[in-house]
Design a protein around this ligand. Structure first.
Ligand code: FDA
Length: 303
């Protein structure tokens, strides 16, 4: 049953028609709980409040199904404005980018040019840029882009998904880069990915421990308290330096736990999406946690 619900919401997230329509609806279905407004001003206001609590942030300018060059150029310009704002306001914040937002599905070299323009500005301001990992059809291209750019831009990293069989091998080639470790949010086939939660969790813990014992910085991105507790013990037992990792969670999820971890002295970063293109992001969150459907029902019946 859980898999059927998951597949249903992932199916909705992949529906281009609904994604296009949702941009015109404004926030609906309770999405505003997980998306920090539609513009740079609204998202940076949220960042400031979290920074005051000692929480660092990463901002994601939402955008999927980019098929027109003009959309990718507009997204690039918005990212540059965002970097300007983060720099001017000296926010404790980096940015997360999906390469499809910059035109990866249109033309790879066009996307790389856009990425370089954004990375030039980020480099000037010394702001870290993370390439989010999308579905498996974009996996190789995202890693290739990272490897191509890392020599020029030292302040970049990406995401590795523990549901992929190849995650451990790929991490070996990324030992000197800052990496975010996640379980994986897309529906992948059993030819490339573990399907069972126990296997995905086991691999996540294995990879997180390997990374924590290595030299590079790791963002441990999960809302799973079982995993977080096991890793907290591991961190204490192995005296892992707090400069080498952070916990990350998504904006609007387990907010109390986010505050508790930060107050307990763990480096913590909240991932904050903003923008009008919220539908696919929100559907993936419903796929992970159908309990969030309560928010949808409240929105439909009480507004
Ligand atoms: P999971 O959903 O497996 O839940 C495990 C257990 O945790 C649940 O059974 C429950 O007990 C508890 N729990 C979880 N959420 C809860 C809640 N809200 N309230 C109470 N209990 C809860 N994916 C991707 O493919 N590419 C990417 O670039 C990213 N980026 C990213 C950044 C950040 C900061 C995060 C946190 C996640 C991502 N993801 C991602 C998404 C990721 O791959 C994954 O789909 C989700 O994090 C869901 O998996 P979890 O590990 O959070 O727990």
């Amino acid at each position: 049953m859980a898999n059927v619900t998951r597949d249903f919401f992932i199916g909705l997230s992949n529906n281009k028609f609904l994604n296009d329509q949702a941009k015109r609806w404004g926030f609906r279905l309770g999405a505003e709980k997980f998306v920090a407004g539609t513009n740079i001003e609204s998202v940076t206001n949220v960042v400031k409040k979290l920074n005051e609590r000692g929480i660092s942030c990463t901002i994601d300018n939402l955008g999927e199904y980019i098929t027109e060059k003009s959309e990718a150029v507009a997204a690039k310009q918005e990212l540059i404005k965002l970097l300007d704002k983060v720099h001017v306001e000296q926010l404790d914040c980096h940015i997360s980018i999906k390469l499809t937002l910059l035109g990866l599905d249109i033309d790879r070299s066009f996307c790389m040019e856009n990425a370089k323009e954004v990375l030039d500005v980020a480099k000037e301001y010394n702001i870290f840029v993370n390439f989010d990992m999308e579905d498996y059809s974009h996996y190789e291209q995202t890693l290739e882009a990272l490897h191509q750019l890392r020599g020029i831009y030292p302040q970049i990293g990406t995401v590795i998904q523990s549901y992929l069989y190849r995650a451990e091998v790929d991490l070996e080639g990324l030992q000197d880069l800052r990496i975010r470790l996640v379980k994986g949010a897309y529906k992948e086939t059993e030819t490339v990915a573990y399907q069972l939660k126990e296997e995905i969790d086991r691999n996540f813990i294995l990879l997180a421990k390997q990374r924590l014992l290595g030299d590079a910085f790791t963002s441990i991105a999960t809302h799973d308290h079982h995993i977080i507790n096991e890793l907290k013990t591991f961190i204490a037992e192995n005296k892992i330096d707090k400069n080498k990792f952070e916990f990350q969670m998504l904006y609007g999820f387990r907010t109390e736990m986010q505050y508790e971890l930060a107050e307990a002295g763990y480096p913590f970063c909240t991932y904050i999406p903003f923008g009008t293109d919220w539908f696919a992001y929100f559907m993936r969150r419903l796929a992970e946690r159908p309990q969030n459907l309560n928010l949808v029902l409240k929105d439909v019946f009480y507004t």
